[in-house]
Design a protein around this ligand. Structure first.
Ligand SMILES: [Mn+2]
Length: 356
C-alpha cells in the first residue's frame, strides 16, 4: 500500500485480495449493489461482476436502489440476456458494493439507522473513505469496471464475452470513450484484453455514448438556451418544466455537462437540477488541475478530481449562488493571477468577467 499524497487513498493490498477471495469462496448467496442514480460504470461493474459470480456457481442478487438509467449503459438485453434488478435485497451471505463512494449513495438499505455494514466495496472515487468491512479502492483507476476487470482473474474468475462487454461499457462511459484526463495505459491494456475476450468496442461506444433520443436533444436545447458564462465557469440548470416540455423525464442532465466542459474557455462546468422540494442536485466537471471533488465535498457530496456531484439543501437561486461562489473561489485559489473583486453572485457577474 502506498502512503503518500493521493496514494494514501489507494486501499488495495495482497492481504485484502486474499481475504476478498476467501469471503467470496465462503458465500453462496451474494448481493451486488450499485449506487443511486446509477451510471454506465455502476451498471456495467455490478452486472459484470454479478455474472462472473454466477459463472462461479454463486446465486446472485443484482440490487439497483433506484430507477435503471435511461441511457448511457449497456442493457443486458443488447447481449441477449435479462437481469432481474431489484431495489432491495433478500437475505444474503455477502454484500459487494460497486462504484459506491459513500454510504448515502448506497441507498436507504445501507444508510438508515441500524443498517448493516457492507461487506466489500470496490470503487475508484478519490472521496471514498472506506465504507465497507473490506475496501478495494483505487482512485487511479478511470472506472470501477476497469478495477473489476483487473480483479476477476486475480480472484480466480473468468471473463467471458458478456462480462467483458459489460465491463468495457463501464470503462467507455466513465472515460467518455478514452478521452478523459485520467485515461492511462493500464486502462487501455485492460480494455484491449476485454476486446480479446469478445467485447465489441465500436458497438458498445455507439450504444453507451453516441445514441440518444429525440427527447434528449430537446432537453439539451432547453438547458443550452439558459447557458451562462462567468469567467472560466459555465453553468445551466434544468427544471420540471424542461422535462415536461421536452418529454425527457429523468432528473439528470442527460450528459449535457460533458459537452459543457468542452467549452474552450471553461475550467469548470456546473449543472443544477432541483430534484425535490428544497433539494438541488449539483454536478461538476473540471479541466485537469481543478479539484472539483473538494468543492463537492464542501457541499456534502463527493466524486473524482474532474467529475463530482452533491445533493444540496435549499432553493435553486440560493444553491446556485453558494455553489458558483465556492467554485469560483477554487478556480482563484489555483489561478491566483486571476483576481476577483469581492463576492461574486450569479446575478452580478461583471467583476468576474473583468478578470478573464
Ligand atoms: Mn465510476
Amino acid at each position: 500500500m502506498r502512503k503518500n499524497g493521493n496514494m494514501e487513498k489507494n486501499k488495495t493490498s495482497i492481504e485484502d485480495l486474499k481475504s476478498m477471495k476467501q469471503k467470496i469462496d465462503q458465500a453462496q448467496n451474494i448481493a451486488v449493489f450499485c449506487h443511486v442514480r446509477p451510471d454506465g460504470d455502476a451498471m456495467g461493474s455490478m452486472t459484470g461482476f454479478g455474472w462472473a459470480l454466477e459463472n462461479a456457481g454463486k446465486s446472485v442478487q443484482f440490487v439497483c436502489p433506484d430507477e435503471l438509467p435511461p441511457d448511457g449503459w449497456l442493457r443486458p438485453e443488447e447481449l441477449g440476456r435479462t437481469v432481474a434488478y431489484v431495489r432491495e435485497p433478500e437475505p444474503y451471505d455477502l454484500s459487494i458494493l460497486l462504484d459506491i463512494s459513500d454510504i448515502e449513495r448506497a441507498g436507504s438499505y445501507f444508510s438508515g439507522v441500524g443498517s448493516p455494514k457492507p461487506d466489500i466495496c470496490i470503487d475508484h472515487h478519490i472521496s471514498n473513505d472506506g465504507i465497507a468491512e473490506l475496501n478495494w479502492i483505487d482512485p487511479d483507476a478511470p472506472a470501477t469496471a476497469s478495477l473489476v476487470a483487473g480483479l476477476l482473474p486475480r480472484l480466480g474468475m473468468a471473463i467471458d464475452s458478456d462480462i467483458a462487454s459489460m465491463l468495457l461499457s463501464g470503462i467507455v462511459m466513465d472515460t467518455i470513450g478514452f478521452s478523459t484526463s485520467n485515461t492511462n495505459p493500464q486502462v487501455l491494456e485492460i480494455s484491449a484484453e476485454l476486446m480479446k475476450s469478445g467485447a465489441d468496442l465500436y458497438t458498445i461506444t455507439q450504444k453507451v455514448l453516441k445514441a440518444h433520443s429525440y427527447e434528449v436533444s430537446k432537453y439539451w436545447a432547453r438547458g443550452l438556451s439558459k447557458l451562462n458564462r462567468d469567467g472560466q465557469l459555465v453553468w445551466t440548470w434544468f427544471t420540471e418544466e424542461d422535462r415536461e416540455q421536452s418529454g425527457y423525464f429523468y432528473k439528470d442532465d442527460a450528459h449535457l455537462i460533458d459537452h459543457l466542459i468542452s467549452t474552450d474557455t471553461a475550467l469548470a462546468a456546473i449543472i443544477f437540477i432541483p430534484t425535490a422540494p428544497e433539494t438541488v442536485k449539483v454536478s461538476w466537471r473540471a479541466k485537469p488541475g481543478l479539484y472539483v471533488a473538494a468543492v463537492a465535498r464542501s457541499f456534502g457530496g463527493g466524486g473524482h478530481l474532474a467529475a463530482a456531484g452533491a445533493e444540496v439543501k435549499g432553493i435553486l437561486p440560493d444553491v446556485m449562488d453558494a455553489v458558483l461562489n465556492e467554485t469560483k473561489r477554487e478556480i482563484l485559489r489555483l489561478h491566483p493571477n486571476l483576481t476577483s473583486k469581492g463576492r461574486i453572485t450569479s446575478k452580478s457577474t461583471s467583476d468576474w468577467n473583468e478578470i478573464v
